[in-house]
Design a protein around this ligand. Sequence first.
Ligand SMILES: CSCCC(=O)C(=O)COP(=O)(O)O
Ligand SMILES: [Mg+2]
Length: 261
Amino acid sequence: MVAFAVPAEVAVILLDIEGTTTPITYVKDTLFPYIRDNVKEYLRMHWEEEECQQDISLLRKQAEEDSNVDGVVPIPLETGSGEDEVEQVIQAVVDNVHWQMSLDRKTTALKQLQGHMWRAAYATGHMKGEFFQDVVPAIRKWREAGMKVYIYSSGSVEAQKLLFGYSTEGDILELFDGHFDTKIGHKVESESYRRIASSIGCSTNNVLFLTDVTREANAAEEADMHVAVVLRPGNAGLTDDEKSYYSLITSFNELFLPSST
Ligand SMILES: CSCCC(=O)C(=O)COP(=O)(O)O
Ligand SMILES: [Mg+2]
């Protein structure tokens, strides 16, 4: 087993979800197909609701920002001219969502709609959040040792709470001191990590960030956080340079807190 000695100044562990706590296959084979298969029906059922209309406004704004991106699907404004028009707008939203998902985009607009759609799927027991087997016992141990544990994922805070609230291990939300999503900033921008530390009330060097994505690790490191890159089955491979540059772990059990080293 490779050991990663957590520096003594670390008081907070910040966790990514996909590829870190949770298999990428769960996201790609369970969460995302649910959205692709159900988005049209969901929009038809919830069209009149305020929350749904807010989600569509955000998607429309994102489509406008994406107007120069190849393949973007614009979302027309509804003028109130009848059911045919509603169906056309719904189809544009469906196509836009499918287009964004085909590129695995992490826009706040897409993630917000996804979070709202998963709510029903989790609540009815249709889906349960999954984690690598080392994850929950390790987090419990870190907390017993006095560490604070936070989540930072591109998935919306609402989606994160569903994943941990309705999981194969039951409701484990109590294990987290808080959640961050792209509303605080994108995961590849170092400013996001400064904002997170400031929101927690600590310095960036008091935080250890665990992620599978080296661009995220790089941004966190630029902000002076400690980072380790997590290698899990199904994750994208790293280059030889990345492998030699970053501290790598394959399980949370490879982290040793100052008191346990
Ligand atoms: C509850 S998170 C759902 C997964 C997701 O939508 C996603 O984009 C995960 O990204 P991450 O930043 O956790 O790698
Ligand atoms: Mg990830």
